[in-house]
Design a protein around this ligand. Sequence first.
Ligand SMILES: C[S@@+](CC[C@H](N)C(=O)[O-])C[C@H]1O[C@@H](n2cnc3c(N)ncnc32)[C@H](O)[C@@H]1O
Length: 286
Amino acid sequence: MGRVLMRSSDISRPGGQEFEFTEKDFKYIQWFLHKNVGIFLSDQKRAMVYGRISRQLRALKLRSFEEYQKKIESDTATRIDFINSLTTNKTHFFREFHHFEYFEKVMLDEWRHMGKKRIRIWSAGCSTGEEPYSFIASLCKEGALEWCDDLEILASDLDTSVLKKAALGEYTNDALSSIPPQYLRPCFLKGVGNNEGKIKFAKAFQRLVRFKQINLLENWPIHDKFDLISCRNVMIYFDKPTQEKLIRRYHEQLNPQGVLFIGHSETIGECAELFHNLGNTIYVKQ
Ligand SMILES: C[S@@+](CC[C@H](N)C(=O)[O-])C[C@H]1O[C@@H](n2cnc3c(N)ncnc32)[C@H](O)[C@@H]1O
């Protein structure tokens, strides 16, 4: 009969927990995250937080949450890993497709007719890069690179690990299921040989995206004004006052007639007077 293997630590805590994790510890994490990055963690997230934090403690060979807390406060790298471990990075190519339809059929069409020569887009909370690359693929499909020679997408996130992946521009073939076929060429390259099973965003178009680490709650090291700001499925993690402050700052950062896209379950709440609401989470600066 096989032996039942158990880590010695599994039996040293009530409920089989490897590390002690008190209500006070959880409250500290809630407070820290809210204060520093605006993310509001509900009490229901406790088990998720314990799981992610335990991984960090193991990796750092720490024995208690108390030691970890000290390290978060004294060591920048640990603090960054801690924040990275608690962000939600779910995304995919052409997520909320109606935004890309509006972008192509209304915005690009208008810009082409007016002979717009400079386009600036900000993908704020870009995660692993699918969102900014989708905008580039959309621009390519519509031939915008032929009539606009000064085009840039700023793609920012708080989480440095997702930004690294985004800058690499490599995805598994699973990503293909979310890319409509008309967007594949010329932006997405299929891996061969050692890269079989992967797709890569073509370097020639990657250069149109500038990745940058930005905490949306802090000062933005940005000099540009934007024609489009896409901040989708990011504010959902913030409380109402933080959302409102952010939307006012986006308004400031947009060119006249600039457009704001937000996620399907987000609203601009008290800031309604600043924008024309076109429906479908599309807002035009008034
Ligand atoms: C769920 S993803 C959304 C990705 C993409 N916009 C989309 O809709 O598919 C949310 C992203 O927001 C980022 N984020 C959370 N808080 C942030 C903050 N304070 N500043 C900048 N980015 C933040 C997270 O790191 C995460 O990558």
